[in-house]
Ligand binder design. Structure first.
Ligand SMILES: NC(=O)c1ccc[n+]([C@@H]2O[C@H](COP(=O)([O-])OP(=O)(O)OC[C@H]3O[C@@H](n4cnc5c(N)ncnc54)[C@H](OP(=O)(O)O)[C@@H]3O)[C@@H](O)[C@H]2O)c1
Length: 329
């Protein structure tokens, strides 16, 4: 089969590899589309060490073509949205059967865009923060994949007020479609909402944003830290202070959950897929790329030039051409 590999000098290249054979508990999927996500920028730019050469691609849609031991053979032919640990930028990927979710009629292009971001947003709202009806929610990185979905899940959960924080006026206009009552620019946080307190803050940013957000919690509020997109600087919280206000600092890590409790992540993903299939939430796929354009797509994501989710056309498009690397742009 053909696959895209990330080689030792950080360039993507199309190559010929053996097709993966599903192991026990796994399925093999003929990939139709693969979702492009923030993890691609981290892996390509060396922030997340992986052995090279590496076949990237963390979210796929397509049809199951083979099952490993212990998996129902009746699943062959099933259309799925799949969460993978690697390998989705290839004609065929193998992944645990539990994380290959029946699409329930969601088109394959959207099913690839569903990716890790949708179940993450679902879990942030329902399991990590446990948003209750009437509560106020502050969402950082509000125009991103997770942010726009978290706003939609929070609205469905009956949140009373949803405020988003974004990097630019263009991103504010984009985020405004997803149920926010107000969208602030990063420069305006926290001064513009100094008078407000929030029951829930969803924070993938870290650093000073996390410190300021802890200060913005209402009594019994919960801050969920789920990324460090702005800063890896350690943020320490005094549990005595938290206790006095009844507030909590919670973390969420879907990648870890997929390894420790894949059934829990799959359950959330199925709930989210059902809402998607019934049109209750929207995954906004706005850009499609061919395999040789992967580097451009990842760079656009990295530079914040993309509104909405990007997907890679994989089926029938993984040709023999080499992929232009960053040095060749
Ligand atoms: N823990 C988990 O389980 C989990 C799962 C999925 C994702 N994540 C993390 O969540 C974060 C967002 O993921 P995503 O899929 O929503 O990303 P995305 O769709 O690629 O969007 C990236 C977002 O990050 C924001 N951003 C970029 N640099 C920033 C900075 N220096 N300060 C503040 N915001 C910044 C951008 O905001 P503007 O465009 O408005 O500037 C944009 O909204 C990533 O860090 C990702 O690794 C964690």
């Amino acid at each position: 089969m053909r696959a895209i590999i990330l080689d030792g000098d950080d360039n993507y290249r199309i190559t010929e590899l053996d097709e993966p054979v599903p192991g026990p508990g796994e399925v093999a999927i003929r990939v139709a589309y693969a979702g492009i996500q923030w993890g691609d920028t981290m892996v390509r730019d060396g922030h997340f060490p992986v052995p090279r050469p590496f076949v990237p691609g963390f979210e796929a849609s397509g049809h199951i073509i083979a099952v490993g031991a212990g998996v129902d053979e009746g699943r062959v032919g099933e259309p799925v949205a799949a969460l993978t640990t690697a390998g989705a930028y290839a004609e065929v990927v193998a992944t645990p059967a539990v994380l290959a979710l029946p699409t329930g009629g969601v088109p394959l292009r959207t099913a690839a865009g569903f990716g890790w971001g949708t179940p993450t947003a679902y879990d942030l709202v329902h399991h990590a923060a446990r948003v209750r009806a009437g509560e106020s929610v502050l969402i950082h990185a509000a125009a991103g994949g997770v942010g726009t979905l978290a706003a939609q899940f929070a609205e469905l959960a009956g949140a009373g007020r949803i405020v988003g924080v974004v990097g630019s006026p263009r991103r504010a206009a984009y985020a405004a479609q997803f149920g926010f009552d107000r969208v602030l620019l990063r420069d305006e946080f926290p001064a513009e909402i100094a008078h407000e307190q929030f029951d829930v803050v969803l924070d993938p940013v870290g650093g000073q944003t996390r410190r300021d957000s802890l200060q913005a919690l209402a009594p019994h509020g919960r801050l969920v830290a789920y990324g460090n997109i702005g800063s890896y600087e350690p943020v320490l919280a005094d549990t005595n202070d938290l206790l006095m206000a009844g507030t909590s600092l919670v973390t969420y890590n879907s990648n870890l959950l997929s390894r420790t409790h894949p059934d829990r992540l799959a359950h959330s993903a199925r709930q989210a897929l059902e809402l998607l299939a019934h049109g209750r939430i929207r995954v906004d796929v706005t850009a499609e790329y061919d395999p040789e354009e992967l580097d451009v797509a990842v760079t656009r994501l990295r530079e914040g030039a993309t509104d909405g989710k990007s997907v890679l056309r994989v089926a029938d498009r993984l040709g023999a051409r080499s992929v232009a690397g960053r040095s060749g742009r």
